[in-house]
Design a protein around this ligand. Structure first.
Ligand code: MG
Length: 286
């Protein structure tokens, strides 16, 4: 191939992913002001596949029991016993959780609220397994909805996305409202699925401005669905087409799982702390 200036330029652009362009506007709808957010020109929760394509459906990798085992030195947050549920997890207000222990798993209970780890973490590697209800009820966002929150804030969506279409930036594996998964590697309802998440926490300066954005690598059932992705902002629902911005927070926060009204189960949760600096000392470039 003859190397041209154009190919060099394209190659360089691919190597250094540019900052996403975020635009916001307020629209009047039925007498109400509604915020619309666009990330690189795509509306948050866009459902038109011509504008936000559905991620390709792939066959998930078989469950790898060896890889799923907590490595030496990892903190086991849930080992399939009721004892570890009680020891390591609480309600968000730090009181006793109303989530149930069922068949070696912890299961969300409608209106019980989120569940959180008692211990708090910054940058981590996290393994967990989840299963959406075997009996399919509802559709879209109402089917097997839960979520994994890093530092209690940044959501990797949990949803039954097996033959269940919703907006791509809210399907299973999405960084909610911010980034769809690269592929849809979902298993069938009721089947155990794995997440292996590498998370580097964001850093903020004194004024509250984010100086290093959060980074996610997420592997869903053995398939990479986010590859060292820089999270463009917060993931909290702020309206039908808008999510939260970064807001300065502490160096650590809990791992939490969402109660979204559907009985989603979790098992085999373990975590490793990553040492990549903290708010006080900042981070040295590697
Ligand atoms: Mg959710």
């Amino acid at each position: 191939m003859k190397l041209t200036i154009a190919t060099v330029f394209v190659g360089t652009a691919a190597l250094f992913a540019k900052e996403p362009v975020i635009k916001k506007e307020i629209r009047e709808e039925n007498g109400k002001k509604v915020e619309y957010m666009f990330i690189d020109g795509v509306k948050v929760h866009e459902t038109d596949p011509a504008k936000q394509p559905q991620p390709k459906v792939v066959t998930p990798k078989p469950y790898d029991a060896e890889k799923a085992k907590a490595p030496e030195g990892a903190i086991v947050l849930f080992d399939g016993t009721e004892e570890s549920l009680k020891k390591n997890w609480s309600a968000m207000n730090k009181g006793e959780t109303k989530w149930k222990f069922v068949d070696g798993a912890m299961e969300s209970v409608r209106r019980a609220g989120y569940i959180r780890t008692k211990e708090e973490f910054g940058s981590v590697r996290l393994h967990l397994e989840f299963a959406t209800p075997k009996e399919v009820k509802g559709n879209g966002q109402g089917r097997g909805n839960s979520g994994v929150f890093l530092m209690g804030k940044y959501e990797v969506q949990v949803l039954d996305s097996y033959e269940n279409v919703t907006y791509p930036d809210g399907q299973c594996g999405a960084l909610y409202g911010r980034k769809p998964p690269l592929v849809n590697a979902s298993r069938k309802p009721g089947e155990w699925q794995t997440y292996d998440i590498t998370f580097h926490r964001p850093l903020f300066d004194e004024s509250g401005k984010v100086t290093r954005k959060a980074k996610f690598t997420v592997i869903h059932n053995g398939e990479v669905i986010h590859d060292n992705l820089e999270l463009s902002g917060g993931t909290n629902w702020r309206g039908p087409h808008s999510v939260s911005d970064y807001q300065k927070h502490g160096d650590v926060g809990p791992i939490s799982f969402q109660d979204h009204g559907n009985p989603v189960r979790y098992r085999n949760v373990w975590i490793q702390k990553l040492e990549d600096g903290d708010q006080k000392e900042g981070v040295k470039a590697k």
